[in-house]
Write a protein that binds this ligand. Structure first.
Ligand SMILES: C[C@@](CO)(OP(=O)(O)O)[C@H](O)COP(=O)(O)OP(=O)(O)OC[C@H]1O[C@@H](n2ccc(N)nc2=O)[C@H](O)[C@@H]1O
Ligand SMILES: Nc1ncnc2c1ncn2[C@@H]1O[C@H](COP(=O)(O)OP(=O)(O)O)[C@@H](O)[C@H]1O
Length: 344
């Protein structure tokens, strides 16, 4: 472990020691689960009039998840005298009436997320839902976000956090679970957010936000391996445009006909653009391609993580340990029927 990461961990440990769970364990708290995803199939097509690309995808939720704690208080709050907010606070809502306090704790990701509350998708989810509801009375929302899912990995962590907050806040504000404004806000926040409201395994099309149908989820062991560095989703799509690679129609037909995630062919035409942006991805893929325990492997979404399927959990644990020894972030997990949800 480098001196730098040791320092980061010690700061994190000190911060955790100061954290008082009682703040979140009153009658008003909700614990939220935000699972990661992989794309078993990701077929990118032409650029649409709105600038986004057509995308047909099968997403599969994983057991690996972020955990969030959410608390609301329908009470007025005061703006600091100089109107300057600390980085862990942000103001949203249709009348600047919603104050969000966001506490982010890193739980073993390779590079802790360092975005101000206003740039966090969790805040954007609160803001967008309050605006969609026309919620204009004072509201305080406190969120603790425990990050286990690395960012810029193609694992959809930020989108899943946003979906979990939509579910939690909707529950707090006493919306019906099937209130259409929740899914409309999810679609507007990003294509992956809509998937996490359904979870398990699902076929999506449009730009990737349009739910087509659910598939029987994969429950096999999955190993995630991420080299150092990340790939920005926008950059991956831009690189794809330099050398677009069409999806074979027969493959698309096979995906559309599949009722089980296990029957979906592993395919991702963002793989070449992502490797071009971060050549270390190719090293991970080479290692997985030649490993006897690996049944199949693929880049996760726009990268930089690569997932591998193994037969047994013991194989998955051994493979993750082996990848870790090469200096890569690696975790053994599995496919799951999870969706973004509140535990109570
Ligand atoms: C590639 C995928 C695969 O599931 O996920 P990740 O690997 O990032 O998790 C998705 O398509 C990520 O979709 P989404 O979650 O909407 O990405 P965003 O971060 O909102 O979009 C970032 C940028 O990517 C481009 N983009 C995104 C989706 C799409 N169908 N066409 C695009 O061209 C746009 O330039 C957009 O501004
Ligand atoms: N709660 C969050 N978790 C992770 N990333 C976030 C979050 N909020 C904002 N972001 C920003 O969104 C980007 C995309 O989210 P991320 O989880 O990395 O998804 P993916 O790796 O699937 O593209 C991140 O690189 C980060 O800058």
């Amino acid at each position: 472990m480098s001196q730098e990461s040791m320092n980061v961990n010690m700061i994190e440990a000190a911060r955790d020691a100061q954290w008082d769970p009682a703040r979140f364990l009153g009658p008003n708290y909700l614990r939220l689960i935000a699972p990661a995803k992989v794309n078993l199939f990701l077929g990118i097509g032409a650029t649409r009039a709105d600038g986004r690309h057509e995308a047909t995808t099968v997403m599969q939720a994983l057991l690996l998840h972020d955990t969030l704690y959410l608390n609301t208080k329908a009470e007025p709050w005061e703006m600091p005298e100089d109107s300057t907010l600390p980085p862990w606070q942000a103001i949203g809502g249709p009348a600047g009436n919603v104050l969000v306090n966001l506490d982010v704790a890193d739980k073993g990701t390779p590079l802790p997320l360092q975005t101000a509350a206003a740039d966090n998708l969790v805040f954007q989810a609160v803001d967008a839902l309050c605006r969609a509801l026309g919620w204009n009375s004072p509201l305080q929302v406190s969120i603790r976000l425990e990050k286990t899912i690395p960012h810029q990995a193609g694992l959809g962590g930020g989108s899943s956090d946003a979906a979990a907050v939509l579910v939690g806040l909707a529950q707090k504000l006493e919306l019906a679970a099937n209130d259409e404004r929740i899914s409309e806000v999810a679609q507007a926040l990003g294509t992956d957010v809509a998937f996490f409201l359904k979870g398990g395994a699902a076929l999506l099309d449009g730009a990737g936000e349009n739910f087509v149908h659910q598939l029987a989820p994969l429950k096999v062991p999955v190993v995630l391996v991420k080299p150092e560095g990340g790939v920005s989703t926008a950059a991956a799509y831009q690189a794809f445009d330099q050398q677009p690679d069409a999806v074979p129609p027969a493959l698309l037909a096979q995906v559309e006909a599949a009722a089980n995630a296990a029957d979906v062919p592993l395919f991702n035409n963002l793989d070449a653009p992502a490797r071009q942006l971060l050549p270390a991805i190719a090293e991970v893929e080479e290692m997985l391609a030649s490993h006897p325990a690996v049944r199949g492997h693929l880049l996760c979404g726009s990268g930089a993580c690569v997932f591998a399927i193994t037969k047994t959990q013991a194989d998955a644990l051994a493979l993750a340990a082996e990848a870790g020894k090469r200096g890569w972030w690696a975790r053994a997990t599995s496919g799951s029927p999870l969706r973004a949800c509140a535990l109570g």
